[in-house]
Design a protein around this ligand. Structure first.
Ligand code: NI
Ligand code: MN
Length: 234
């Protein structure tokens, strides 16, 4: 049985019997977060790109929990320099997949930027990505930050996607209208919205996605997972 717990923004915990995976752990400085980084003890962190609202607390959590971290090559080099132990870093890149002991991870393209920007400067962290996460024979697509892309059609054709975690906030990523189109292209059974309401510019009503998918023209069912709520993937 797989479970998906939402921690707000693009941060989820996805669990199977074998593994606890954390995505883009932006907790500190996240106005919607109800937990502390120290509450999270994952086996693996997936980071989609170098922006602060996605790298978030990766280094702190990874150091404490001694978990594995997967990210595109340039980003993993950055995270290693920031203090993630080298032995726990696994570099991958877009289009690449790898069979781990717990399941399979594949990186997908994302239409976005990727740099770590701080008062010290701007550090290039490669290309942004999404993740196809296959556990217990079920595939979850975590889109990362991305605009709508026709690549999603290929991702849908080549993978039987059970659940897609899709940004809906607009401004930096897809909005609800584009997330509906993405659900069609991905041909996913379930769409779960993310990356909304954290900041004023990405304010959205996630139930509008559910409503838009209910007009009888779509195979996908929308599911809003509230903050610190858990959805069970049957
Ligand atoms: Ni971003
Ligand atoms: Mn973002």
């Amino acid at each position: 049985m797989l479970t998906i717990t939402y921690h707000s923004h693009s941060c989820f915990t996805i669990t199977s019997d074998k593994v606890k995976i954390l995505t883009d752990p932006f907790i500190k400085g996240n106005p919607l977060a109800k937990i502390k980084p120290s509450d999270l003890k994952p086996d693996l962190i997936l980071v989609s790109h170098g922006h602060g609202d996605h790298v978030g607390d990766t280094v702190e959590i990874a150091k404490r929990s001694k978990c594995r971290v997967i990210a595109p090559y340039e980003l993993i080099v950055f995270l290693q320099r920031e203090g993630v132990p080298a032995d726990n870093c696994h570099a991958m890149h877009i289009g690449g997949s790898y069979n781990f002991d717990f399941g399979r991870i594949k990186l997908t393209p994302a239409l976005h930027g990727s740099a770590f920007v701080s008062d010290k400067g701007t550090i290039y962290t490669g290309n942004p990505c999404g993740y196809l996460i296959t556990l217990e024979g079920q595939t979850i697509y975590f889109a990362g930050d991305t605009g709508l892309s026709s690549d999603m059609k290929l991702t849908g054709e080549n993978n039987k996607i059970k659940a897609a975690l899709l940004p809906i906030g607009g401004n930096f990523t897809m909005d609800i209208e584009d997330a509906v189109k993405a659900s069609d292209l991905l041909d996913c059974e379930i769409a779960i919205p993310m990356h909304y309401n954290t900041f004023d510019v990405i304010k959205q009503d996630p139930y509008m996605l559910i409503k838009a998918l209910e007009d009888g023209k779509h195979r996908t069912k929308g599911v809003v997972v509230g903050i610190e709520e858990t959805f069970i993937l049957e």
